[in-house]
Design a protein around this ligand. Structure first.
Ligand code: ATP
Ligand code: MG
Length: 316
């Protein structure tokens, strides 16, 4: 059987309003994760997304993903008779933006998640926060053998008000979400929220919190810090090690959308081969940094010309 990576999350119809007021339509959300997994995983690895796509968007998604030179299994990507989730992203400064979101797709249930047993790894990226039911992730974690579960907490730390605007809020059943994965990815605001500090925490508090997380049942935890790289926490011989990894210089950053997604996909594909937390994190920072150097979403052409030539020194 070929190796399979399961993928959970929501594809988004993105409308991006740039700083100079231009409007650009693109495919966002889980697309970034899928695109990086497809380009970075071994040639024989199959990618299996599980979830729901609105009927107005399904054909676009299928056509776009099919151009990757990779086996993507569409069997459990279901078309649903409702409009796909749409997000309007308005840039306020180069590193901050406001988001307006329409309703999510139906969450994956415990019965549906069984499609991913047998995967070597599953990357769950909580793009809307209602992509998957907590019970379903728990079911996957309890399955034997459990795939390696990589969870990007992302929008779970965000509530949504009546107008569709998202805001940081305490995470419901936070401890259970953490216990349902093996490797956790948070950005600094998500980490601060998970720790109960509100939206921001000091560097020292983030380090303490990461160490506490990695001392529990997690194998590892990433706290990403935007342009400052990331903090890696992992357990080795019953002690928690941590490392602050800086992004390698990659040239001017012009568009940070998808950096967190590039980070997760790059870490996971590298780690599945190398089993080396530190090396995989250096690779993830390199790929995520490169993701910021071009405008728009990753395409096979951009991968070949912008990303691939910069990765040759990172063979695992
Ligand atoms: N301005 C930047 N310069 C260089 N690297 C960056 C920059 N912004 C992000 N990165 C890279 O991307 C990684 C993830 O970024 P960030 O911490 O912003 O995640 P995120 O908030 O989850 O992103 P996303 O909006 O995609 O969810 C960082 O650890 C870093 O490697
Ligand atoms: Mg993120």
């Amino acid at each position: 059987m070929p190796q399979r990576i399961g993928v959970i999350g929501t594809f988004i119809r993105d409308t991006i309003v740039t700083l100079d007021g231009k409007t650009v339509e693109s495919i966002g959300g889980l697309y970034h994760t899928l695109a990086y997994l497809a380009h970075l995983a071994d040639a024989t690895t199959e990618i299996q997304p599980l979830g729901f796509v609105g009927e107005d968007f399904y054909d676009t998604i299928q056509k776009t993903l099919t151009q990757f030179n990779k086996k993507i299994l569409f069997t459990h990507l279901h078309r649903v008779p409702q409009p796909n989730t749409q997000v309007t992203l308005t840039y306020l400064t180069p590193e901050t933006r406001e988001e307006l979101t329409t309703p999510g797709m139906p969450p994956i249930t415990s019965a549906e998640i069984l499609a991913l047993t047998g995967c070597e790894a599953v990357l769950a990226n909580l793009i809307t926060g209602s992509d998957i039911a907590l019970e379903a992730l728990k079911t996957l974690r309890k399955s034997t053998p459990s795939p390696l579960i990589y969870l990007d907490l992302h929008s779970l730390a965000l509530g949504i008000d009546k107008s569709g605007k998202r805001y940081y809020r305490p995470i419901p059943e936070a401890a259970d979400w953490v216990a349902a994965c093996h490797i956790l990815q948070l950005n600094e605001h998500e980490a601060a929220t998970l720790a109960g500090f509100g939206k921001t925490a000091t560097y020292e508090d983030l380090v303490k919190f990461g160490q506490t997380l990695a001392a529990g049942n997690l194998l590892a935890c990433h706290i990403t810090l935007g342009s400052a790289g990331s903090l890696l926490f992992y357990r080795q011989h019953n002690t928690v090690d941590y490392e602050h990894v800086s992004p390698a210089p990659v040239g001017p950053v012009v568009d940070i959308i998808g950096c967190g997604d590039a980070f997760g996909a790059a870490f996971l594909t590298h780690f599945m081969k190398s089993k080396n937390f530190s090396a995989a994190t250096h690779f993830a920072n390199r790929v995520a940094g490169l993701n910021g150097t071009f405008v728009g979403s990753l395409t096979p052409d951009i991968f070949r010309h912008v990303i691939k030539p910069q990765l040759d020194s990172f063979a695992s």
